[in-house]
Write a protein that binds this ligand. Structure first.
Ligand code: SF4
Ligand code: SF4
Length: 56
C-alpha cells in the first residue's frame, strides 16, 4: 500500500528531496503523495519530524 501524508504535516518540505520517484508535492496546506508513483520505500516517513507520512 502506498504512503499517505496526514494532517499532522507542517509543510516543512524535508521529505520532498528524499523521495526517489518525486511522488511528493505541495498540496492544499500540506504536502501530498501521488500514490500511483510511490514505491513504498519509507524514506519520507524516516525524515519527517512529525511522523506525518504513514502506510495506509
Ligand atoms: S514512501 Fe518513498 S516513494 Fe513513497 S512517497 Fe515516501 S519517499 Fe516517496
Ligand atoms: S517531512 Fe513531514 S512535515 Fe515535512 S513536508 Fe514532509 S510530511 Fe510534511
Amino acid at each position: 500500500m502506498a504512503y499517505q501524508i496526514s494532517d499532522a504535516c507542517i509543510a516543512c518540505g524535508s521529505c520532498v528531496e528524499g523521495c526517489p520517484v518525486e511522488a511528493i508535492s505541495m498540496g492544499d496546506g500540506k504536502y501530498e503523495i501521488n500514490e500511483e508513483l510511490c514505491v513504498e520505500c519509507g524514506a519520507c516517513e524516516s525524515v519527517c519530524p512529525v511522523g506525518a507520512p504513514a502506510q495506509k
